[in-house]
Design a protein around this ligand. Structure first.
Ligand code: ADP
Length: 473
C-alpha cells in the first residue's frame, strides 16, 4: 500500500484520531478516578476520626485517657493497617500517636502537628517521599467534660497509586490492540468503499477504440462516485461520437478518391499505351501512372483501415482452414519471390480451423509475405508456418531479410510508419501494411508480434483464436 494512497491516508487519519480520543479518554478517566478514590479515602478517614471520638473520647472523663490509649491499638490496629492515628490535647500534648506502619510508607513522628486546631473538621494532605501522599482527616472534638481533643486519622495513597498504575498498564496494552483492530477494520472498510472505483478503473482500462460503445459501471450510490462514473460515461459517449465521425470521414474521403483515381489511372494507361504520343511524353506519363498507382494503393489501404475501425461486420465470419489459406496464398505469391530469387517454403499441412473473414485474413498473409519478400535480399529465404498453441492458431512468417532496428520494432504496426522512408517508398509501401495486419488480427480477437534482428531477419507471429469445433486432419 503506497503512503500516498487514499486508503493509507484515511487509515492513518482514522488511527491517529482514534489514538488521540483514546489517550484523552484514558487521561480523563485516570484523573477522574484518582480524584474520586482520594476523596473517598479521605472521607473514610474523617469518618473513622469521628468514630474514635464518638466511641472513645465522648466519655473520657469516666474511662480515663489511659483507656483510650489502650483501646485504639486493640480496635484499629493502625500499624498493621498502615494507618496513622494521633490524638492531641488542647494544650498541644499528644495523648496517643500510632507507630510506624508495617509497610514503612511514612514516619508518624515526622508528621507536623496542625498549626491551629480546626473549628470542626479538616482534611489535609501530607507529602511523602517518592511522590506519595498521606491523606489525613482531622476532627476537633469536645468531650462531655468540655475538654477538647484533635483526632487525626490518615492513610497513605499507595493503594490508590497501585491501582491507577495497573489501570495505566491496562491502557498501554489496550491501546495497541484497539489500534490494530481499528487499522484492520479501517483497511477493510476503506477497501469496500473504494471497490466501485477499482471496478470503474478496471473497466476503463478495457475500453479502447474498438469497444467505445461499452460503458463504465455506474455505482448507484447517489454520491461523487456515481457522478464520476456518469461523467466519464458521457465523456466516452462524446469520444465515441468524435471517433466515429473521423472514421466516417476517412472512409468517405478514401471512397470519394477511389473513383477519380481509377479514371485517372485508366486514362494514363491509355496515353502510355498510345504509340502516337512521343516517347518522352509517354515516359513522363508512365511515371505519373506509377504515382497514381501508389496513390490508389494508399487510398485502398486507408479505406480498408477505416472500415476496420468502424467495426467488423461479424455476419461475414465463417470457419475455414487457415493452413490451406496460407498454403494457397504462398503459392500465388511465389512468382513475386522467384523474381528476386527468394525461396518461399510453407509448413501448413495440418488443418487449423479459425472463424473469421477469409478475405481479410488472406490480406494478413499477403501483407506479411509481401513485406518478407520486399525486405529480403536476393537469394534469401522466407518460411511460413501454421500451427496451434494453447487454443490459438499461430501463423509465422519468418524471413532471412534485412531485419528491423530495435528502436523501430515497437513502431512498425503504427500507421504510416516506415523504418527507411526512401527504401519503403521505392518498394511501393506507405507504412500501412502492418497497421492493416494488426487491425484485422485485433478484430478477430487475435494479436500480432514481431521479433527481429538487423541483418539476420524477422519473424512475424499472428495468434488467432481457434474456431470452437476444430477438426484436424
Ligand atoms: P510498408 O508498406 O512501407 O512496407 P508496413 O506497414 O508493411 O509498411 O511496414 C512498416 C515498416 O516495417 C516498413 O517500412 C519496413 O521498414 C518494416 N518492415 C515490415 N516488414 C518487414 C520485414 N519482414 N523485414 C524488415 N522490415 C520490415
Amino acid at each position: 500500500m503506497s503512503t500516498r494512497s487514499i486508503r493509507f491516508r484515511l487509515i492513518a487519519w482514522y488511527a491517529g484520531l482514534l489514538t488521540g480520543v483514546f489517550l484523552l479518554l484514558a487521561g480523563f478517566m485516570f484523573l477522574g478516578l484518582r480524584h474520586f478514590l482520594e476523596a473517598s479515602l479521605l472521607e473514610t478517614q474523617t469518618r473513622r476520626a469521628r468514630q474514635i471520638a464518638d466511641t472513645l473520647l465522648a466519655n473520657v472523663n469516666h474511662t480515663g485517657e489511659s483507656y483510650v490509649v489502650g483501646e485504639i491499638p486493640a480496635l484499629y490496629a493502625p500499624e498493621i493497617n498502615n494507618r496513622f492515628i494521633r490524638i492531641t490535647r488542647q494544650d498541644g500534648s499528644v495523648l496517643y500517636a500510632s507507630g510506624r506502619p508495617q509497610d514503612q510508607s511514612f514516619d508518624p513522628t515526622g508528621l507536623p502537628a496542625l498549626a491551629s486546631a480546626p473549628k470542626k473538621e479538616l482534611s489535609r494532605e501530607e507529602k511523602l517521599p517518592d511522590n506519595k501522599k498521606l491523606l489525613i482527616g482531622a476532627l476537633n472534638y469536645e468531650a462531655a467534660d468540655g475538654k477538647r481533643y484533635l483526632v487525626e486519622v490518615g492513610a497513605p495513597t499507595a493503594s490508590i497509586e497501585t491501582m491507577l498504575h495497573q489501570l495505566l498498564v491496562l491502557a498501554a496494552i489496550g491501546l495497541p490492540i484497539v489500534l490494530l483492530v481499528a487499522i484492520g477494520g479501517g483497511y477493510l472498510l476503506v477497501g469496500r468503499a473504494l471497490a466501485p472505483v477499482d471496478e470503474i478503473a478496471r473497466k476503463a482500462e478495457q475500453i479502447t477504440q474498438h469497444n467505445l460503445s461499452e460503458r463504465l459501471p455506474v455505482a448507484r450510490m447517489a454520491d461523487e462516485l456515481e457522478r464520476l462514473s456518469l461523467s466519464l460515461n458521457h465523456m466516452i459517449a462524446r469520444l465515441e461520437d468524435a471517433f466515429s465521425n473521423s472514421t466516417r470521414f476517412a472512409a468517405d474521403a478514401s471512397h470519394e478518391l477511389r473513383t477519380p483515381l481509377t479514371v485517372l489511372r485508366a486514362e494514363l494507361e491509355s496515353v502510355v499505351a498510345d504509340r502516337r504520343v512521343p516517347a518522352e511524353a509517354r515516359e513522363t506519363f508512365g511515371s505519373m501512372l506509377e504515382e497514381v498507382e501508389h496513390l490508389i494503393r494508399i487510398v485502398e489501404q486507408l479505406f480498408a483501415l477505416s472500415r476496420l475501425d468502424a467495426g467488423e461486420a461479424q455476419s461475414e465470419w465463417v470457419p475455414f482452414d487457415l493452413a490451406e489459406l496460407v498454403a494457397t496464398t504462398a503459392d500465388q505469391m511465389s512468382l513475386l519471390a522467384e523474381d528476386k530469387g527468394i525461396t518461399v517454403s510453407c509448413d501448413a499441412k495440418q488443418r487449423v480451423t479459425v472463424a473469421g473473414d477469409r478475405a481479410r485474413l488472406k490480406q494478413v498473409v499477403v501483407n506479411l509475405l509481401d513485406n518478407a519478400i520486399k525486405y529480403t535480399l536476393d537469394g534469401g529465404t522466407v518460411h511460413l508456418k501454421v500451427t496451434t498453441s494453447n487454443g490459438d492458431a499461430v501463423l509465422e512468417v519468418a524471413d532471412s531479410g534485412i531485419g528491423i532496428p530495435p528502436e523501430a520494432v515497437a513502431h512498425v504496426f503504427e500507421r504510416f510508419y516506415r523504418v527507411d522512408q526512401a527504401r519503403s517508398r521505392n518498394e511501393g509501401g506507405a507504412g500501412l501494411g502492418l497497421a492493416i495486419v494488426k487491425s484485422i488480427s485485433t478484430a478477430h480477437g487475435g494479436k500480432v508480434e514481431v521479433e527481429s534482428a538487423v541483418g539476420r531477419g524477422s519473424r512475424f507471429r499472428v495468434n488467432l483464436p481457434l474456431a470452437r469445433h476444430t477438426t484436424r486432419g
